[in-house]
Ligand binder design. Structure first.
Ligand code: ZN
Length: 64
C-alpha cells in the first residue's frame, strides 16, 4: 500500500480529459481518462490487434 500523508493532498495523477470516447467516428466506447489511447480496444492501433485473438476478445468483452 502506498502511504499517503494526511492533511495535504498530493497532486492528482495525470489524466487525459474527462469524458472521452473512441476516436473512431461511429464508435461511442468510452475511454478511461487514465487511458492515453484515443481508440477503444476494438479500434486500437495494431499493437493491440496483433495480439492473439483470445486476448483481444477477452479484453474487449471485459470492457464492453
Ligand atoms: Zn472504438
Amino acid at each position: 500500500m502506498r502511504a499517503t500523508s494526511a492533511g495535504r493532498a498530493r497532486r492528482r495523477p495525470k489524466t487525459y480529459g474527462g469524458e472521452r470516447v473512441c476516436a473512431e467516428k461511429r464508435c461511442e466506447t468510452r475511454l478511461s481518462r487514465y487511458n492515453r489511447e484515443t481508440f477503444c480496444f476494438a479500434h486500437a492501433p495494431t499493437k493491440y490487434r496483433r495480439m492473439r485473438g483470445e486476448f483481444t476478445t477477452e479484453y474487449a468483452s471485459r470492457n464492453s
